[in-house]
Design a binder for this molecule. Structure first.
Ligand SMILES: CC(C)(COP(=O)([O-])OP(=O)([O-])OC[C@H]1O[C@@H](n2cnc3c(N)ncnc32)[C@H](O)[C@@H]1OP(=O)([O-])[O-])[C@@H](O)C(=O)NCCC(=O)NCCSC(=O)C[C@@](C)(O)CC(=O)[O-]
Ligand SMILES: NC(=O)C1=CN([C@@H]2O[C@H](COP(=O)(O)OP(=O)(O)OC[C@H]3O[C@@H](n4cnc5c(N)ncnc54)[C@H](O)[C@@H]3O)[C@@H](O)[C@H]2O)C=CC1
Length: 431
């Protein structure tokens, strides 16, 4: 175990690498060489990446990929995806291709409301607090005008501010519950700046009115149930297989699979993980904050008191319908969007979407992913397709050469892929 270090943040990049290599790894030279191998040759570009976060030593690659053929509200799009897991992009692409002749995906933005709260403690008379709040409320808007000016010009800004009594849950706990419209920005910085100003005004006015009140914190919420988007697909059910329909048996099994995810949390978590395979990959490709999205989506999945499926499926009037409703607070400006060259490329590939359009694209990616996973689960099982895509990873792990890989990919076209089967096949090929 090494000793604590004071002032690590003040070291240069190469001093930091040297310290890590010497103190935390067995092969310092190898560590340094590895970290440097992942630097970009273009020094300017490397500097951009170094400055995204703190204590940067190197870059950590994830594959940048695309899934074509997404017909969304009559518009054909190719969706960029960043993800480390094999078969996700193939699954999304397969779903896009499946729904293309059936009319594609339809999407609707249900709301774009963002939330922030000033959390404070007050143990005095509630009526007094309410009357002070009513008096100060207009100044919460007027004294933040400078902060909100540009956002209001874009059509956004502060929507509403209410005083909420939370004392039943926690003695003395109240909040200013505030809602915002942040247009094409995810809005964290705009909201937090407004909230901190609200807190100052609240403290000032409380003091003036002799209310003993203590602001604990001011922060946006990543729970955004009213920043909601719906994506759906539907098609007729037919007796015979066709390009524009699905069979009754298949539709019924899909509906059952969704019902199971609605009732059984163990299943719902995995079901929703599959949805997030699609959503997170687009969130990452477009430089959005996947922690914020994940936290908000899972809270929404539990909004009715138990963790449940984010997707829904019905059969009505001989029509199979499959849809998702999901809260997605994302931005196409701000954050990394104008800094990371590949994020800029993603937004270009997506034809420069607004935040509302990006919400719709992400919801489609989630729905497509869930459809592909369920389709495999209720028909062939997941391993067949997933392992087919994972084969190259297994071959690389087993140390197969390029020519061995070619032969074994061909061999596994009609053999079941597994870790052991890959090792055996490679041994057989070599002996
Ligand atoms: C894996 C497939 C797509 C194979 O499916 P397949 O039928 O073997 O594919 P195919 O070779 O017949 O090709 C059909 C189309 O699939 C796509 N496709 C096919 N192969 C590729 C490829 N190499 N690269 C890019 N795209 C590919 C592509 O669109 C292709 O059309 P084409 O390009 O030829 O016109 C299918 O079995 C599938 O969708 N499986 C589901 C996979 C999945 O869900 N993976 C996620 C990881 S598992 C997980 O984390 C979530 C889970 C499952 O636990 C969630 C849950 O439980 O709900
Ligand atoms: N709990 C959380 O989720 C938190 C997240 N963050 C981080 O905050 C970042 C996102 O914050 P933002 O305020 O969105 O980014 P930001 O502050 O980088 O940029 C957004 C700004 O862009 C400007 N803008 C230009 N054109 C606009 C348009 N058409 N619509 C709206 N605004 C426009 C506005 O001034 C807006 O405030 C992310 O990197 C996130 O990781 C930060 C704190 C907490």
């Amino acid at each position: 175990m090494h000793k604590p270090i004071e002032g690590f943040s003040k070291l240069t990049k190469s001093e930091k690498i040297n310290w890590i290599a010497q103190n935390c790894t067995r092969n310092p030279e190898g560590t340094t060489a590895l970290l440097e191998k992942y630097w970009n040759n273009d020094k300017e570009l490397q500097k951009v990446h170094d400055e995204f976060i703190e204590n940067t030593l190197s870059n950590y690659y994830l594959p940048y990929s695309v899934a074509p053929n997404f017909l969304i509200n009559g518009r054909l799009l190719t969706i960029p995806m960043v993800i480390e897991e094999s078969s996700v992009v193939a699954a999304a692409s397969k779903s896009a291709k499946f729904w293309l002749p059936k009319g594609g995906f339809k999407t609707t933005v249900i709301g774009t409301e963002k939330v922030g709260q000033v959390h404070f403690m007050y143990y005095g008379e509630q009526k007094k607090l309410e009357s002070v709040f009513d008096k100060l409320k207009p100044s919460l808007f007027s004294e933040t005008e400078q902060l909100t000016n540009s956002m209001r010009k874009r059509g956004g800004g502060i929507s509403e501010i209410t005083l909420r009594d939370k004392t039943e849950k926690l003695k003395g706990y109240y909040q200013l519950h505030c809602t915002f419209q942040t247009m094409d920005a995810m809005g964290a910085n705009f909201i937090n700046s407004c909230l901190e100003q609200f807190a100052k005004i609240l403290e000032r006015e409380a003091a003036k009115n002799e209310l003993e009140l203590e602001v604990i914190m001011s922060i946006l919420s990543n729970y955004v149930p009213n920043c909601l988007v719906k994506a759906e697909v539907q098609c007729a059910i037919s007796e015979k297989k066709s390009e524009t329909t699905v069979s009754k048996g298949f539709a019924e099994r899909m509906v059952q699979a969704v019902k199971i995810a609605k009732t059984e949390p163990y299943r719902a978590v995995t079901h929703n993980k599959g949805i997030m395979n699609g959503i997170d990959a687009v969130v990452l490709a477009t430089g959005n904050d996947f922690r914020a999205i994940e936290a908000g989506v899972h809270a929404f999945a539990a909004k009715d008191g138990g963790y449940s499926s984010l997707t829904h499926a019905t059969i009505q009037d001989n029509t199979f319908k499959f849809w998702i409703e999901v809260p997605l607070a994302v931005g196409t400006v701000g954050g990394l969007t104008s800094l990371h060259p590949l994020v800029k490329l993603s937004l270009e590939i997506l034809q420069h979407p607004t935040a509302k359009e990006l919400m719709q694209i992400m919801a489609v990616a989630g729905l497509a992913q869930n459809f592909a996973a369920l389709r495999s689960l209720v028909t062939t099982g997941i391993q067949k397709g997933h392992m087919k895509m994972h084969l190259l990873n297994l071959l690389n792990q087993a140390g197969a050469t390029e020519s061995e890989k070619l032969k074994l990919v061909d061999y596994f076209k009609d053999h079941t892929v597994s870790n052991a089967a890959v090792k055996d096949a490679l041994n057989n090929l070599r002996n």
